[in-house]
Design a protein around this ligand. Sequence first.
Ligand SMILES: *Cc1c(COP(=O)(O)O)cnc(C)c1O
Length: 400
Amino acid sequence: MKKINLPKLPNKDGHFDEYGGMFVSETLMYPLKELLKAYTTIAKSAKFRQMLTKELTMYVGRPTPIYYASRISKELGSSHIYLKREDLNHTGAHKINNAMGQVLLAKAMKKTRIIAETGAGQHGVATATACAKYNIKCVVYMGEEDIERQKINVYRMKLLGAEVIPVTSGSKTLKDALNEALRDWVSNVDDTHYIIGSVAGPHPYPMIVRDFQSIIGHESKKQMMSVYKKKADILIACVGGGSNAIGLFHPFLNDDVEIVGVEAGGYGLSTGKHAAPLNKGKPGVLHGNRTYIMEDENGQIQSTHSISAGLDYPGVGPEHSWLKDNKRVQYVSVTDKEALKAFYYLTEKEGIIPALETAHALAYAFKIAKKRKNKNILINLSGRGDKDIDTITKMTQMTL
Ligand SMILES: *Cc1c(COP(=O)(O)O)cnc(C)c1O
């Protein structure tokens, strides 16, 4: 067996070697340090972990199963395709793992107001759900453009009692919503906790979100052995900010397993219209941390494109930047077209409608299943595709 011995990161300043950190104004340093302190004391306690485990079991539906996709495995060759079913979580994706953990943490910190940013609305819905359950005021920042594109999720958040604030600055999408949420936090730190939806942002967020999402990888490792008596040879997940990917990967980083993250190739990497900072970007600072980002010669953040709103982000979690540079994880990309094809394939052959984000991971997995012999390929099925039916219908001019 190959020996891998990666250091435990981030270090105490939140660095993954040259990535991560806390590139924020002085006013934000105080709440970030308060959060780090609360996290390391409260969230690590046995009492908190027991409470969270209970809620994840009874309310969210964990552990999610690993499903062996026998029909497509057979059709694609000698390799075996396994799906970690995060789509079966309450609210339909992995985002709730983090939202539940952070809302419980906020409650323990005696915060009475939660704010969040959202792009496609999945993180907003997960946060609004947890806030409804625990009776906490919830405010969600969302770009005006995204509000228009994701009407159902906006309606869901409002039904759940959240206030949705339209963001009209910049490109009126996720990165602008994140800026507005950070601004709100600075002025309301006393009673407010900010829940970031991915492993992005300043320290300690990339670590906190990773830890709450790592339940995916911990469960997977156990289930592959207990249910299938096998080890995964290859792990695959899609990468937007990178939370579902790091959630699966992290518990396996020192194991003898190949790991692949799949970015959104949009219309193709050569067109410039994509959301693949690890493939085509360069290191810089965005939203309080140093990581691979997509920016032009003048240091302006470039506009991104992906068929899936959840991958449409010009940055990526700093831990992924580190894992790219040290070559522990391979980062590839898949185009809109390829993702769409994989979306149909899984739906038709296995009766599972995946999220368009997830379809990127599937497309790459199907590609290598045809080439590699006798490999156990485990894919993180990060979410279900109900939210994408509108997009799919428009893309294919299908009339339902
Ligand atoms: C939000 C989302 C993603 C992308 O976010 P990550 O932080 O990269 O996981 C992927 N899949 C689904 C279903 C999502 O909702």
